[in-house]
Design a protein around this ligand. Structure first.
Ligand code: PBG
Length: 324
């Protein structure tokens, strides 16, 4: 049908028409809120590069988790900033470390919210890499045991789901097997299966104090140029037992989300990362853009591309906007 028989504007003419024919709908059920947990009490230390976000001590994490739950957000994902770093990331899997304590506290005080944990070593290693370093090389296979130990310690502390973000080969299988052997076969694994080596993580590394002290992450995180490789990475993690497949970052990788949704028969999550959040907030501080509108539009586009779940620093604000 062509103009004048077809007039696209007819069904855009009223708010109700637009409501009725809207193809993609965001819901607060889609959101997962990332939070940064730090040792101590009454600490709420602003993260300069991420306006509105803080390094939070346990008492404040509990408050935020409550706020998120009350806004309709079903889940949080926890990142820990440990009291000490070393070459074996011991504070990543110690039962009395920051994430483990925080899980217990949130479980007790906000029992309804789902707690996901980021499983990685970079924030706990003195060199800031996501695996064990031997002679300047990241040793894949030697790192698997520590990653599995970390996931297990989170499950023991009460985590509802674990999310490995390290990009070592074989870690999903290793984690799945360890959880199964230790009676945690009911705990799902959300794999950061397709994680690109991205400049959009800059603000996060300040927040989590996890900047690599030498080199970069290009030997384990993916080259932004590659799409076929994303499918291979995702298939590998499905075979190893992942329950949810994540793409990260989100906005420069909407094509990847779209392709994975077609290829992979599992829920797809997308991580709307720190840099994506920060540039919008910076634009707002300059008075150039309306960050709230930008955020809603970007979240919608991530969902339209095929994401079932979105990890976003704007989860609470976006949920409140949707509840209006
Ligand atoms: C840790 C990890 C990173 C992010 C999530 N988990 C940083 C990195 O890989 O350097 C980034 C999240 C964000 O930028 O919001 N491996």
């Amino acid at each position: 049908m062509l103009f004048p028989d077809f007039r696209g504007r007819r069904l855009r003419a009223s708010k109700n028409f637009r409501r009725m024919i809207r193809e993609t709908k965001l819901s607060c059920d889609d959101f997962i809120l990332p939070l940064f947990a730090i040792e101590g009490t009454s600490i709420k230390k602003p993260i300069d590069s991420m306006p509105g976000h803080f390094q939070l001590s346990c008492d404040h994490i509990v408050k935020k988790a409550k706020e998120a739950w009350d806004a309709g957000v079903p889940a949080i994902i926890l990142f820990g900033i440990p009291d000490k770093k070393d070459p074996l990331a011991t504070r990543a899997y110690a039962p009395d470390s920051i994430v483990q304590k925080t899980i217990q506290e949130v479980k007790e005080k906000v029992p309804d919210i789902t707690i996901i944990t980021d499983v990685c070593l970079c924030g706990y290693m003195d060199h800031g890499h996501c695996g064990i370093v031997e002679n300047g090389i990241i040793d894949n296979d030697a790192s698997l045991d520590l990653l599995a130990k970390t996931a297990l310690s989170h499950a023991r502390a009460g985590a509802d789901m674990v999310a490995p973000s390290d990009m070592m080969d074989g870690r999903v299988g290793e984690i799945r097997q360890t959880l199964d052997e230790e009676n945690f076969s009911h705990i799902p694994v959300m794999s950061y299966a397709v994680k690109y080596s991205s400049a959009f993580y800059g603000p996060f590394r300040q927040a989590a104090e996890s900047t690599p002290q030498f080199g970069d992450r290009k030997t384990y995180q993916m080259d932004p140029a590659n799409a076929n490789e994303a499918i291979r990475e995702a298939i590998m993690d499905v075979e190893e037992g992942a329950d949810i497949i994540m793409v990260k970052p989100a906005l420069s990788y909407l094509d990847i989300i779209y392709q994975l949704k077609e290829e992979i028969d599992l829920p797809i999550a997308a991580y709307n990362v720190s840099g994506e959040y920060s540039i919008m907030k910076a634009g707002e501080m300059m008075g150039w853009v309306n960050a709230n509108e930008l955020i809603m539009e970007t979240l919608l586009s991530i969902k339209r591309a095929g994401a079932d779940l979105i990890l976003t620093y704007s989860a609470i604000d976006a949920a409140r906007e949707l509840n209006k």
